[in-house]
Design a protein around this ligand. Sequence first.
Ligand code: FMN
Length: 356
Amino acid sequence: MTWRNRGLLDQFGIQHPVLLAPMAGATNADMVIRVSNAGGMGGLGAAGLKPDKLRQVVREIKAGTELPFQVNLFAADTEHPATPAVIGPGLRDRLEGYHREMGLQELPEPRGLFGPAMEQLTVLLEEQVPVISFHFGVDQATVARIHAAGAQVICSATTVAEARTLAAAGVDAIIAQGAEAGGHRGTFQGDYSDALIGTLALVPQIKDAVNVPVIAAGGIMDARGLVAALALGASAVQMGTAFLGCRETPITEAWRQQLFSTEADQLVVTRVLSGKPARGIRNRYITELEALDEPMLPYPLQYSLSGVLRARAQAQNNPDFLAMWSGQGIGLLQETTIEALMTDLVTGARRLISEL
Ligand SMILES: Cc1cc2nc3c(=O)[nH]c(=O)nc-3n(C[C@H](O)[C@H](O)[C@H](O)COP(=O)(O)O)c2cc1C
């Protein structure tokens, strides 16, 4: 299959307009290598990797593929919350109850989990990672630093205004993240609830507003979604949830089981897990914390409160306390492999385009 609209494909040096979404905690070197070697662009979610570990994983990727790949960080200014971390009485009570129930000791102190982004970035530039992406925005100085090192930079936008800001900062492509998307909302301007714009509406509006290539993300699960996104003016798609159905994905068995038994109306965009709005599968933790009538801690401190609990739940294969991010395409999820998914996307798109 060859694609006629080769602009972004040539810019990145890839064969097919399919990017593996860089999913922190749900992507590893093996997945990145497989997607890049299949002609797409692999993506590593690296927000939670400390610089030394990050260097090791990047070297692992480079040993497995000579083809381009993306590594993703969270914006540096989200590392330090502006508001102080006071755990309310209701929240403390709940969390302590969960800890007792799971046989755990006292609550962990709230702490930052991600970054430091600028140190992570230094590693990526030293290791000559070809494409660096950001969630929650990126500033002009960071873009200039990445360009000076010879790499490209991309970033998610959830509104036309955010896309304009990113284009003005000089990014090389913009990921239009529709409301359907799994994981954290990339919103970095205004209230996220105003920025829950569906992929079908968001992609063409961003396409018309900026002069950089647009990558569609959110709800794209198969060749139908890929072709639709291209028809809307996207130069490529970035898919997360669809890859969670691949056997190579390093997620817990409990999360995997939930993915295959949950419908789109059982998902929720919630702040209670991390402190920032993110879309995932509703479970006991989300339901009970949302019922509390008090504020959660700011991101990323809220996430750290459940760190030990999530690790124990993972060990026990218990979905009650896991963060199980997923997008609204969940009902279309196929149990497959990365190679088979990539082949289905490309051959399915060819068939669909000819039928249309
Ligand atoms: C499990 C999971 C983790 C994610 N982690 C990240 C991340 O670390 N960085 C990022 O930029 N986007 C992350 N995302 C969002 C994706 O980049 C993308 O916007 C989304 O997966 C697209 O929607 P889809 O899940 O319907 O394909 C994550 C998504 C999922 C499902």
